[in-house]
Write a protein that binds this ligand. Sequence first.
Ligand code: SF4
Ligand code: SF4
Ligand code: FES
Length: 313
Amino acid sequence: MPITLKIQRSLEGKQWTQDYSLELEKGMTVLSALIKIKETLDPTLSFTASCRSGICGACAVRVNGNAVLACETPLGDLVKRYQSETLTIAPLANFVVLRDLIVDWKPKYTNLKKIKPALQPKDEFSAAAGCKQSPADFKKYQKNSECILCGSCVSECSKSTANSNDFLEPFVFAKAQKFVADSRDKDVLAHLDPAVKEGLWKCFNCQQCAAKCPKGLNPAEDIEKLRIMTFKKKMSSNAGSDHAQAFYDDIRDTGRLDETKLGFKTEGVKSALRVPFAYRLMKTGKLAPFEKTEVIPEIEKVRTILSAAKEVK
Ligand code: SF4
Ligand code: SF4
Ligand code: FES
């Protein structure tokens, strides 16, 4: 079957889309198609890849807007999924593009270093004694060890798209959680503190990082775990954590969310700056500051759910 790949190209500030027609061969992946184009149609097409087996993370690109590992994604599956013999291939989003499908990882590694991505071993460990832990403790962060730094989660992250200046990449939070969860590490705050300072509470919770990670990691859940750890470590005194606490308190006390109190409890007197916004909400019926929030009749059931949730590790 003939197919067309519309590839986003860029070189020295110029950008264009170039069409390549080729025959869809049995078992052809996105990467093998790119290699075929480079070898037979256009040697100037540039992309990165190494292992060709889903291990090195170098080959991630976007197909029809979705991040995939090129070496592990059969083109035939995509043709079926999109019901089209024409597919677009572009570099990962939320990266600076160096050339064609090649993106710049340097700023991402700079961010990765911020959360100290290395074990801070407890004092009881030594070269002679080793650095052992139980299989159960290993399991607590095992999944996080499987990140291959492919960047798919970054490409899909809606918070990074909106503003990446005050937010670490999803895989960086996943890496921070890896060390926070490692029983051998003595300095949780070395990883947690920079995560808080660099946007831990700014995640939109859109779940795209979890949905698109080719290795099944769940950075969104790791962000939640790090947030819980901030409460355990009594680091919870910022707008994000105060908002979460105010939300929780309302639900526990009445079973309802009191939007009027929420703003004040989250931002204190600073919430006065939002009066024009509050006024607009009042006009649309979203906010009713003089209405008493009634306790729902089944509040005890809500409280039972909340205490059960607290027991979940
Ligand atoms: S859940 Fe958070 S970190 Fe994950 S993609 Fe959405 S905004 Fe980004
Ligand atoms: S968390 Fe998943 S999607 Fe993100 S870089 Fe690691 S392997 Fe890739
Ligand atoms: S080439 Fe290594 S993961 Fe695709």
